[in-house]
Ligand binder design. Structure first.
Ligand code: MRU
Length: 357
């Protein structure tokens, strides 16, 4: 399978997601600034993928610097981590991955040189971890998919958005590999068209039949009984199970509730933010109004100088969610209790391998 990002030994190689599907262009990023820009411009995007990219970005930022001792190294690393975390505010995986790296260098009594190697090792570990987490999410979620089902999905949650086979996409891909015949309805995902540009491209790569709809067709498709199940990804999940995901997810959940269609979220435990109790505390990224007033920043679609509001994410209340498919298991409501138990067991913070043992 194609990879959204790859460590070459010297640079972070990414596929430029702003150019897909018409052009497949790779960029080699050699500096922390280049990684920051790529995340901000959505050349690399999707909650788990930006976490992995930021971890390598931290290494690239530390590499040219000279630190006299461990404290200076740690302070420099923390400063760079804060800078990278500010690239995008909603996906908690970004902060999570950076704090995993900082944690890994906070204890050992080592030289600045050895700590630098540890940063790279942790970035590689986070990348491999995410690959394994996606695999397990796929296997845990696939039993929800029955032969002949039509599943609706939103935004992009595949290999482009993660270091592995994806989250919601991974569930559908796993079911497909198990021989289930499925059809997928893909929301185009206005305004940046991640569904139309990226998810359609990914389904084409793996040979899963997919039909593109505009976001405002979803409720009608449900009313016409064309949807059996909805699965989406997540950018941040609060302690009570409220889920922030791409704008348009909430309206899908409301429509599912009305039409009695199961609504599932697929996400690794690294997307849970235990520091916040409910979705209203999740910072929602607001992007330039130009993304709404122009198609792809090129074709104007409204009056000149129109005012536009562009929240990039919304929050779906836990009460509308049937289950959250994680690498550990499918969490069922009441989420607060299950999440509390996961926190109690210390599972969310651990490496994937420790988590599975
Ligand atoms: O703004 P984006 O394209 O980074 O938003 C991505 C999403 O909302 C995805 O659904 C989410 O990150 C899950 S990715 C496995």
């Amino acid at each position: 399978m194609y990879k959204s990002l790859e460590w070459t030994g010297k640079s972070l190689k990414i596929i430029d997601q702003t150019l897909l599907p018409s052009q497949t262009v790779f960029h080699n990023l050699y500096t922390v600034e280049a990684v920051f820009d790529a995340i901000r411009k959505l050349q690399v995007r999707g909650a788990p993928a930006i976490g992995v990219a930021a971890a390598f970005g931290l290494y690239l930022g530390l590499l040219p610097k000279r630190f006299s001792n461990k404290t200076a190294f740690l302070n420099g690393a923390k400063k760079l981590a804060d800078y990278l975390a500010s690239a995008r505010p909603t996906a908690v995986n970004l902060k999570w991955a950076l704090s995993e790296v900082i944690d890994s260098i906070s204890q050992p009594d080592a030289s600045a040189r050895e700590l630098l190697q540890l940063v790279l090792k942790t970035a590689l570990r986070i990348q491999m971890d995410d690959e394994a987490r996606c695999e397990a999410i796929g296997l845990n979620g696939a039993p929800l998919i029955e032969d002949g089902m039509t599943i609706l999905t939103h935004c992009n949650t595949g290999a482009l958005a993660t270091a592995g086979i994806g989250t919601a996409f991974g569930v559908l891909y796993t079911a497909h590999l198990q021989g289930k015949k499925i059809n997928v309805l893909v929301d185009e995902t206005r305004p940046l068209l991640q569904g139309a540009r990226l998810t359609m491209w990914e389904f084409r790569q793996v040979g899963i039949p997919a039909t593109l709809i505009t976001d405002n067709m979803a409720a009608y498709a449900m009313q016409r009984k064309k949807v059996d199940l909805v699965i989406v990804g997540a950018d941040r999940i609060a302690r009570n199970g409220d889920v922030a995901n791409k704008i348009g997810t909430y309206s899908l959940a409301v429509s599912c509730h009305y039409h009695r269609i199961p609504f599932y979220v697929a996400a690794p435990l690294s997307t849970f933010d235990l520091s916040i109790s409910a979705g209203k505390e999740i910072p929602i990224e607001e992007r330039s109004g130009r993304e709404v007033t122009y198609i792809w920043e090129q074709l104007p679609i409204t009056v000149e100088n129109a005012t536009a509001w562009n929240p990039a994410f919304d929050v779906t209340p836990a009460a509308l969610i049937h289950g959250i498919i994680t690498e550990k298991k499918i969490l069922k409501p009441p989420f607060e209790k299950v999440i509390e138990k996961l926190k109690f067991n210390g599972l969310i913070q651990k490496n994937y391998e420790e988590l599975i043992v």
